[in-house]
Structure formats: C-alpha cells, structure tokens
Design a protein around this ligand. Sequence first.
Ligand code: ATP
Length: 244
Amino acid sequence: MTHHPTAVRASGLTKTYGAGVRALAGVDVDLHRGRFTAIMGPSGSGKSTLMHCVAGLDRPSTGRVWIGETELTELSDDELTVLRRDRIGFVFQAYNLLPTLTALENITLPFALAGRRPDPEVVRAVIEAVGLADRLDHRPHQLSGGQQQRVACARALVTHPDVVFADEPTGALDSASSAELLAFLRRGVDDLGRTVVMVTHDPTAATYADRVLFLADGHLVGELLNPTADRVLDRMKSLEGVNA
Ligand SMILES: Nc1ncnc2c1ncn2[C@@H]1O[C@H](COP(=O)(O)OP(=O)(O)OP(=O)(O)O)[C@@H](O)[C@H]1O
C-alpha cells in the first residue's frame, strides 16, 4: 500500500446542531498531502459540516482535528482566524471576489491582507496555470462566471496553503467552465504541489480527484481511488438507497 503524508487529520469527529441534529456521527479521516480528494454523499450526509470542521470554520462537538502538526481543536478563535488566513485556501460556490479589484489584485489579495510580498515566480506560475494572463486587469463583472471562479481558485492556490478547501466550486458553472476549473485545480495539485479537498455532488467532477470519500448519515462509509464516473455513480446510487 502506498503511504501518503497527511495534510489534515480528524479523529472521532461528531457534530450535533441545536436540538439533536447529528450531522457527524464519529468520523476518522486522513486527507493526503499533495493529492486531490473529493468528498461525496447524499444531501444532508454531513459533507459541508465535515469540511467546515476540518477547515476551522466551525468547531466539532467532540473529536480532534490537525492541520499538519497543529491541533485546530486546541486553538482560540483568534488563533483559528490567523491559521485560516495563513495556511488554508478557500473556494466557495459563490466566487467571493472583491468587485472593485482587478483579477490580479484579487489573486494577490491574501498577500495584501497579510502585509507580505508575493513571490513573483509563484504568481506567474499560478496565472499561467489558470489561463487568465490576458484578463488580469479586468474587474469581476467583466469576467464570465467560469473566469471569476478561476480567479477565486488562483487566489486560494497562490499563498501556498497547507490545504485548499473547495465547497461545490463548480455548482454555479456550466459543464465547459466546470471542466476548465477542475483541470485548473488538478494542475494545482500536479504542477504546483498543492493539496485540494473538494465537496461535490457531481460524479464527473469527482473523477478529477485521486480519491473520493463517501459520507452517509454522518459516517464515512467508503472510498474510491482513481475514480471513474461509473464507479462513483454506482456508489452514490447505493448510498441514496441507504438514505431513502
Ligand atoms: N447550522 C445548522 N443548524 C442545524 N442543522 C444543520 C446546520 N447545518 C447543517 N445542519 C444539518 O446537518 C445535517 C448535515 O448537513 P450538511 O450541510 O453538512 O450536509 P451536506 O452533505 O453538505 O448536504 P448538501 O449536499 O445538501 O449540501 C443536515 O441534516 C442538515 O440539515
């Protein structure tokens, strides 16, 4: 069996909301460094909750989370904010770009916020990989949805975060723009050495990943390595049956 170094580790994660909704029922998982992992499962199975807990956006009810050697579950809210800013990249379904900034300014925003100077070589490599070199002085409203999402991904990859979390990044895109975006995330892993973890409903999107994890009813119930769309679909069909 190949050993992969761990970027993110969760142990015994549970999350109960308000009056007893159990979104996570005891999840143990390692997310591999330098790999592309997809998280799938029926609606309400706990995908977003798992991502939010391991990305430090929410706290689990019980259990522990590590990013590299840092235990998130021991950090104060302020320490978590700094960790998210410095060590994690985020891509959401809504592109979350600043409308008054150009594409280039949006891509390098994390450096401006942290008061650091970007490495021009890294910025160049990310811009090349994202294929937006001729759009860098456009503002978001002058870009298509797919281009805006590629800017958002470039922003998430450019700081060399420990891990990039993408929550339904292609949810608002047509299939051609989705394919471009996913190919870009894939290049981020293959060419730039980033670690990507993506929640998706889309079996085709999941085929860009090295590994697909399946959740059902707040439990991790299986995984596929080197997934094909057919195998992902089969697994999803059996899980929808479980949840029905
Ligand atoms: N803030 C909240 N308050 C109460 N219940 C919540 C909250 N967030 C999620 N839940 C519940 O927790 C469970 C898991 O939700 P979660 O959003 O993690 O699932 P998901 O797999 O991401 O779903 P989807 O695919 O529909 O986005 C669901 O039953 C949901 O209703």
